[in-house]
Design a protein. Structure first.
Length: 379
């Protein structure tokens, strides 16, 4: 039996997305442009509300997406199980290995030391988690993509094409990934942020300052990102004007029991702003489409969600493309994925999922299991 999405039914969202963006007959070009921009916003905010509504399941999480499994659990557990309470246990990280490498590189090159220090402090101040819904979780586990051995095996199959049957590489339409960033806030700010209280002696209050969402409703996914209104650098990272009026947003939130309809009554969800929605690498004039977030892309505001995630790939051994390249905008280079037998290529793309570039060997996670079937391509 096909497993259903716990928070969002993607096929309905696909139809909803088309209904939002398709212009009505008889609109002039200027009205049509405004209509599309407004309804991309509407699609994004409705998804935002579906993800952040009070959790309807028996797990009792603050929001729907906070009841999803963490990347840390899926990639670090011997036999991950969606129903394992540990799957939902919050796991925050500060500096990723890639971010640490980027800072060391910038320092070694003597590049803008003041900016390097500012970036370092910003990254250390925020803590991030990545969660995925049931459909994405099962897809990764069933295809063993959380194992480096399986990714390497698929790469070898990719090289021997067309002699070898090619494994399916694309995620199912229902797949959703959420990346959230939190900072410590004062207890008197709890009415201004979506927040949680850390389960420790310190009892720190953590407020949500950034939210990235990607949904596999189009071949190259749909990318959306939000920030808290008080983020100091957020205006430098806006892709488009949010055309959805506050009253309409408040109504969406009220429909999902996140807020009351009365605009005069406080509701911290109204403090989050949409930076943009991305569905393509280039605009109609061939220029790169930019979409970034002042929390997640502190070092590179002129970047693109889709362009960065297009670099999710594996090469010979465990070679990877640089996810933190300063030119992460526009369409990816076809040469990266060309099967021409050169030492530095090709790469096998991993369907825009950056989390798949941060995996271990299953032999390390489950030493007692047999993984012989992951070693060589099936011919």
């Amino acid at each position: 039996m096909k497993k259903k999405l716990s928070a969002v039914h993607s096929k309905g969202l696909v139809l909803f997305f088309l209904a939002w963006i398709l212009p009505t007959p008889g609109l002039g070009s200027q009205a049509r442009t405004g209509y599309v921009a407004e309804n991309l916003s509407g699609f994004a905010w409705d998804l935002f509300a579906q993800l952040n509504r009070p959790d309807p399941s028996a797990f009792g999480c603050p929001t729907a997406w906070e009841c999803w499994a963490t990347k840390h659990y899926l990639f670090g557990t011997c036999r991950p199980d969606w129903n394992d309470p540990a799957a939902r246990r919050r796991h925050l990280t500060s500096l990723t290995q890639e971010e640490q490498g980027l800072l060391h590189f910038m320092r070694d090159q003597g590049l803008l030391p003041d900016q390097v220090e500012k970036l370092s402090q910003t990254l250390k101040a925020t803590e991030t988690e990545i969660r995925l819904n049931r459909i994405a979780f099962d897809w990764i586990f069933d295809h063993r993509l959380h194992c480096l051995e399986e990714q390497q095996r698929r790469y070898k199959v990719y090289l021997c094409h067309p002699k070898c049957p090619q494994p399916t590489r694309e995620f199912l339409e229902e797949s959703i990934f959420v990346e959230a960033s939190w900072i410590r806030i004062d207890s008197n700010q709890k009415d201004e942020y979506h927040h949680f209280i850390r389960e420790s002696e310190s009892g720190e209050v953590m407020g949500l300052v950034g939210l990235h969402v990607s949904i596999k409703s189009l071949p190259n996914w749909i990318w959306m990102t939000w920030e808290h209104i008080d983020n100091p650098q957020r205006f430098a990272y806006r892709l488009m004007e949010d055309r959805l009026q506050p009253e309409a947003r408040r109504q969406i939130f009220a429909n999902y029991r996140m807020c009351e309809e009365d605009l005069e009554k406080p509701c911290y969800w109204m403090n989050y702003v949409l930076n943009g929605v991305q569905t393509s690498f280039l605009d109609g004039h061939g220029r790169p489409v930019l979409l970034s977030n002042s929390v997640f892309e502190t070092s590179n505001p002129e970047s693109s969600c889709m362009s960065c995630h297009a670099r999710s790939a594996i090469g010979a051994g465990d070679r990877r493309l640089n996810l933190f390249s300063q030119d992460a905008a526009g369409a990816p280079s076809p040469e990266w994925f060309d099967r021409t037998p050169l030492p530095d290529r090709p790469f096998l793309q991993l369907d825009f999922v950056n989390s798949l570039t941060d995996v271990k060997r299953c032999k390390e996670i489950c030493p007692s299991d047999s993984h012989q079937h992951l070693e060589e391509p099936q011919k």
